[in-house]
Structures are given as structure tokens and as C-alpha cells.
Write a protein that binds this ligand. Structure first.
Ligand code: ZN
Length: 163
């Protein structure tokens, strides 16, 4: 078991699996981990160096400071219609929405003030917790005929890169 609990419900978590590592010449070697809270139905990520048990888990690459505004019902319906046209993105979209509960909200975020499309997207908000992220640029990629693999890789990269 992890010493670090689920950041949303405070329950204990399974140890999780290592999903990758980053090694750069001048920077310390880091490990990327993933686990899942069964109660919250949320995937959690963290990046560790040596003292891994003290690193908290993160439920989203997005922070409260990144939030712009809540997505309106019309916008949400429009997004649903748009992603339905792209089977690969639809799967990513469904995974993104899976943990959502009746009182949760969808918020638009921007991680930076640049117009880099990969810094903009949607996240699920539950009180002061944020869950996951969906990059709207992934839909754009599909529309301009990028390969599904590239698109998925980009979505994965965006999520894992955030921690
Ligand atoms: Zn939990």
C-alpha cells in the first residue's frame, strides 16, 4: 500500500505501477507512477525521485489557479457532438468523463498564458478537487487528419507531462 492517500477521499491506495521514467544528463532521474482509487474511480499520477513515499498523488495536471470558467450546458453538448465524429477521441472523452458524479462540474482551463493549444482544455471539478484533463487540441488534430496513434500519444503525453 501507499503511504500517500487518495487526495480526493483520503483512502489508502494500491501501490500502483511504474509507467515510465525520464533521464536527462543534467537532471536527476525521475520515475512516473500511476495508481487508481477504486472509491473515486479516479486515476492518480505522480513523479518521484528517491524518496517516493513522501510524494503526494495528483488527480489532474490542472490546478485551481488554471481554471477559467465553468463550461455551459450548450458548450458541453457541442463538445459531445464534436467528439462523436472521431472514434479514437470519443474513447478519450469517455475516459475523461468516467469519474464524473452528478454534482461535478466541467471547467475550462489554461495552463499557460500562451496560445499553445496543448495548454488549454477541460477538467472535471469536484468542490476544490480537479480530476483529469481533456485537451481540446486532440479533436483539432483529428480534424486535420493526424494519425490516431499520434493523437493518442499526444493526449498521453499531455497528461503525464503535467506532474
Ligand atoms: Zn479516492
Amino acid at each position: 500500500m501507499n503511504k500517500q492517500p487518495c487526495p480526493i477521499c483520503g483512502r489508502k491506495l494500491p501501490r500502483g505501477e511504474q509507467i515510465g521514467h525520464i533521464s536527462m544528463e543534467d537532471a536527476p532521474h525521475v520515475h512516473m507512477w500511476k495508481t487508481h482509487c477504486l472509491y473515486c474511480a479516479v486515476t492518480l499520477n505522480r513523479i518521484t525521485q528517491h524518496d517516493e513515499e513522501h510524494v503526494p498523488w495528483s488527480s489532474s495536471r490542472v490546478t485551481l489557479a488554471n481554471l477559467i470558467r465553468q463550461l455551459g450546458d450548450d458548450e458541453f453538448a457541442g463538445m459531445q457532438d464534436r467528439v462523436k465524429q472521431y472514434p479514437s477521441i470519443l474513447n478519450v472523452w469517455r475516459e475523461f468523463l468516467k469519474p464524473r458524479r452528478p454534482n461535478d462540474e466541467i471547467w475550462r482551463y489554461a495552463i499557460s498564458t500562451t496560445d499553445d493549444p496543448y495548454d488549454h482544455g477541460l477538467t472535471v471539478r469536484r468542490a476544490h478537487h480537479l480530476i483529469g484533463s481533456f485537451c481540446e487540441a486532440s479533436v483539432f488534430w483529428e480534424e486535420i487528419d493526424q494519425s490516431i496513434e499520434d493523437c493518442r500519444a499526444m493526449v498521453d503525453y499531455i497528461f503525464n507531462d503535467a506532474l
